[in-house]
Unconditional design. Sequence first.
Length: 220
Amino acid sequence: MKKLTDFLLDCVFPYFCLQCGASDVYFCFLCRQADWFKNPTGIFVHGNEIDSSLTRIISLTKYNSEVDAARLIEDFKYGFINQASTEINVWLKNTAWLNKEIADCDLIIPVPLHRRRFAERGFNQAEIIAGFMSTIIHRPIDFLSLIRAKSTKQQAKLGREKRLKNVIDAFVCKNKEKIVGQNILLVDDVYTTGATLEECAKVLLATGAKNVSSFTLAHG
C-alpha cells in the first residue's frame, strides 16, 4: 500500500534535481559532489544589526537561489513527500560549517504549530528539521516548553505588516526551569520577515533564556 501511495505521489509531484534538472532525484550524484551542496554559502545575520531579539539568524541558503530550495521546502511542507525530507537531512549532514556555526547551542526548540494546524497537516515540519539538527550537532530537543497558544492565520498568506501583528501573543512558555540560562536554537523551515521567530525569542528571553538564535533551511 505504501509503495502505491508513493507511486501516486510521484505522479502528482514529480521531482527533479534542484540544480541540473536530472529526473527522479532532488540532488543527483554529480551535484552532490559540488561545493554548493557540501558547503553552501549560508546566511548569517547578527541580531543587533537589525534590532532583533535573536542573537544570530542563520539559514542554509536563500529561498529563491540558483538551487531551487523553494521547491524542496514546498514539497516537504505541503506535498508530504518523504524523499524531500530525506534530501533535506542529507544536505544538512553534508554542510561543513553547520557544527561550527551553532556549537554554542545548549537546547534546540522547534517553532510549534497550534494543535489545530497540527491536526490538519499531521506533522510539524520544524520538529522534523529540529530532529535532523539534533542528530548532527548532538544537542537535545525540547518539544514541550514553547507552546503556540493562539491559532493564527498562515503567515505565508499575509503581507509583512499583517505577519507582524498575526503572531503577537501567540506563544507561551512552560517549564521555566528548562529554559533559564540556556543558549537556545530556534528551528523553523523559512525566515521571511522573522515575525514568528522574533515573537518566540521574546517569550523565551522573558522566561530566562540566556540567548536565542535561529536556524532555518532558507532565508527570504
